[in-house]
Design a binder for this molecule. Structure first.
Ligand code: PGA
Length: 268
């Protein structure tokens, strides 16, 4: 794992945007894995700004989102499709036919839909760079604790903690979904690079378990310890429970020299 600690959440987003930008500029048909939630919003803002100010083009980009609520109408403002439209897609030149979410509409079989999503990712050559957040309970995507480390795209029942963490996003009269389709942990592990962003003190324990705990289904993000190219971007608050901060910072300054010389990606 490459662990990079920044002073604040803005710098985390700035750094994540640099990775995405380099992938888009270097690979002819890049495949991006996207996340929803509060954390990546500032990353998407930066990408939109770079599209407008510097012509960063999404024309040849294909995207696969991590998750989507089960049986939600895509036009529902609470759907992750709406989230992506609002925060990124409608502001850039992406071809909407190349934007995918793991949907399962009323009447569709979640198993068939999950398999089809996996096939579609394969058909596009796999995910080059997967953006991730982390839940306060260590989930990635909606792979809640006890999710199989070998899981693939499927339907999951959300934990009470996730439902209550996300309840802030729903108005009192809105029905909050309790099930979702999500990429599995093995799906995420197949991405060539993963870039996990975590900010705020409420993520500090999950971050500690992910990085310094054992690999366990009880902390799905700990699977990233087994990933060849996992980059973990933290602000100081999210890193506050880590014991080796000086080492991470020193390693990062050494790594930076390599990045300046060779770029961010060595295989994609
Ligand atoms: P958040 O969600 O960015 O809204 O904190 C992260 C997650 O649950 O993966």
């Amino acid at each position: 794992m490459q662990i990079i600690i920044y002073d604040n959440a803005h710098q985390v987003a700035e750094s994540a945007a640099k990775w995405v930008k380099e992938l888009i500029n270097k690979k002819p048909a890049p495949v991006l894995g996207l996340a929803t939630g509060s954390t990546p919003i500032s990353l998407y803002k930066q990408l939109v700004e770079q599209h407008k100010a510097q012509g960063l083009s999404f024309k040849n980009v294909t995207t696969f989102n991590l998750d989507e609520y089960h049986q939600i109408d895509p036009l529902n403002p609470q759907s992750y499709r709406s989230f992506m439209d609002k925060n990124l897609f409608s502001h850039v030149d992406i071809d909407m036919n190349n934007t995918f979410l793991p949907t399962c509409a009323v009447g569709e079989n979640p198993r068939v839909q999950g398999l089809a999503y996996e096939e579609n990712i394969k058909k596009h050559g796999g995910i080059d760079l997967q953006i991730l957040g982390i839940g306060a309970n260590g989930h990635i995507g909606f792979n809640e604790p006890t999710s199989s480390l070998s899981s693939r795209t499927r339907i999951k029942t959300l934990t009470q903690q996730t439902i209550s963490d996300n309840s802030r996003l729903f108005k009192p009269n809105e029905k909050q979904p309790t099930m979702a389709m999500t990429m599995g942990i093995a799906t995420i592990m197949n991405a060539r690079y993963v870039l996990l962003m975590a900010t705020g003190a409420n993520k500090a324990n999950a971050v500690k378990d992910m990085i310094t705990g054992g690999v366990s289904a009880m902390c799905p993000a700990s699977a990233l310890q087994m990933h060849e190219n996992a980059i973990i971007l933290l602000d100081k608050a999210a890193a506050s429970e880590l014991g080796e901060q000086n080492y991470y910072q020193w390693a990062e300054s050494e790594n930076r020299k390599l990045i300046e010389h060779y770029g961010y990606f060595h295989n994609y």
